[in-house]
Design a protein around this ligand. Sequence first.
Ligand code: NAP
Length: 172
Amino acid sequence: MGKRLILQKNFDGFDSDEEIRVNLSAPIQLTHLFLNHFLKQESAAFINITSALASLPLPILPVYSATKAGLHSYTLSLRQQLKNSNIKVFELAPPTTETEMLNGFKQSDLKGVSVMKPQELVKLSIDGILNDKWEIYPGASGSLKLLSRIWPDFALSRMSHQFQQANLKENS
Ligand SMILES: NC(=O)c1ccc[n+]([C@@H]2O[C@H](COP(=O)([O-])OP(=O)(O)OC[C@H]3O[C@@H](n4cnc5c(N)ncnc54)[C@H](OP(=O)(O)O)[C@@H]3O)[C@@H](O)[C@H]2O)c1
């Protein structure tokens, strides 16, 4: 779940705990609950769903972005710890995808953003899993990850530009 949050405007009463529990605590706790069972299988896999925003925050989704970066980090550690085991550890970082999650956004938030069809995301995800691609960053997720590494300041200013526009509009 991802909640739009303009910190100077609608911070009062904002429940960030729920977002952190659903996006970060739950996958970590589920991993711990399933681990012993998975270790007894011939082969098994964890597939953690992060986001394009795991590499670079979208300031209008500050808590969501932080949970996805956190889950990305946990997944890196998990993969290292299970390196010589029967368990594979995948990370799927979808780009903006046409699901119900987008209903929580304003049209202006999505201006200029390319939205992937779920069918396309599923196809690319399955291809990645079948090819043991541990980090699956389809479409714009891959570009964002690359940009955040080679030109981090520019990438963040692009993401913030969208937030500034929304902030100005909602304050006018
Ligand atoms: N759509 C995107 O653009 C996008 C981009 C990057 C990453 N993702 C990630 O992809 C994953 C799936 O998202 P989606 O796009 O399929 O979103 P979605 O259509 O809104 O589905 C969200 C799912 O999370 C469950 N959920 C929401 N709030 C919950 C809560 N408080 N407690 C327990 N379950 C809760 C919903 O359960 P109910 O159906 O029972 O309500 C639903 O199954 C998420 O991890 C999301 O962060 C999505």
